[in-house]
Design a binder for this molecule. Structure first.
Ligand code: 3PG
Length: 220
């Protein structure tokens, strides 16, 4: 069984999905999010800098938990683990990755977008999933429908989530956490506007707390 995969989604109400083009930006981005009250982040393996970004965050930002996202095959899984990732998130689920996730020492959160995906994941022992792409896969209505037959699973919707709709998602009992890229946009990274990333993190947690979320206590 993957260890503690549910805990990853319960550690933060908001999971930044961070695409980093310049490894030198990795530590300032992680620190900016932490300053804004978010201490868990997913670095997506979509750039040449992503593995080095994970290495640097692990080495230099001790109070942040960094995972790897966009894990679409075994080679990316192995590279992410070698870089020091503390958890793994996949956009979808294959039998090979589902089995591999059971044999690693860090939690894996598989991506699903259908009842069949959920059933495959549950057959492999998973109970915590990313719901991706959330908005185009039916959004809140789809999650409410899936919660009927699958009342025992926890989901992190990602894809089309932002300050405008995160509260509605977090009101669902099956959703402890939402994910998204809006917290670390390319434009702010290019300008090295770390204080603005901190502001976005604070605003996200403020929106969460308006919904009376009980777990986010780090926002200052
Ligand atoms: C992901 O990788 O999880 C998504 O691309 C993030 O979606 P968003 O950009 O709509 O937040």
């Amino acid at each position: 069984m993957p260890a503690n995969s549910l805990n990853v989604l319960e550690m933060t109400p908001v999971m930044p999905v961070v695409q980093i083009s310049n490894a030198d930006d990795a530590v300032p981005i992680a620190q900016a999010l932490r300053q804004g009250g978010i201490h868990v982040l997913e670095v997506v393996l979509r750039t040449a800098a992503s593995l080095e970004a994970i290495r640097r965050i692990r080495a230099e930002v001790s109070d942040v938990i960094v995972g790897a996202g966009t894990i679409t095959d075994m080679s990316k899984l192995e590279a992410a683990i070698d870089a020091g990732s503390e958890f793994i998130i996949t956009p979808g689920l294959t039998p090979m990755l589902a089995a591999a996730g059971q044999s690693i020492d860090i939690p894996m959160i598989p991506g699903i977008s259908s009842a069949s995906d959920l059933m495959l994941g549950r057959e492999h022992g998973y109970s915590a999933f990313k719901f991706f792409p959330a908005e185009t896969s039916g959004g809140i209505a789809a999650l409410q429908a899936l919660a009927g037959p699958f009342a025992d699973v926890t989901l992190c919707p990602t894809g089309g989530i932002g300050p405008h709709n995160l509260r509605q998602y977090l009101e669902l009992p099956c959703v402890p956490c939402v994910g998204g890229s809006w917290l670390t946009p390319d434009a702010l990274q290019r300008r090295k506007a770390w204080d603005e990333i901190t502001t976005l993190a604070r605003q996200a947690l403020a929106a969460v707390n308006q919904h009376d979320y009980q777990g986010a206590t780090d926002a200052k």
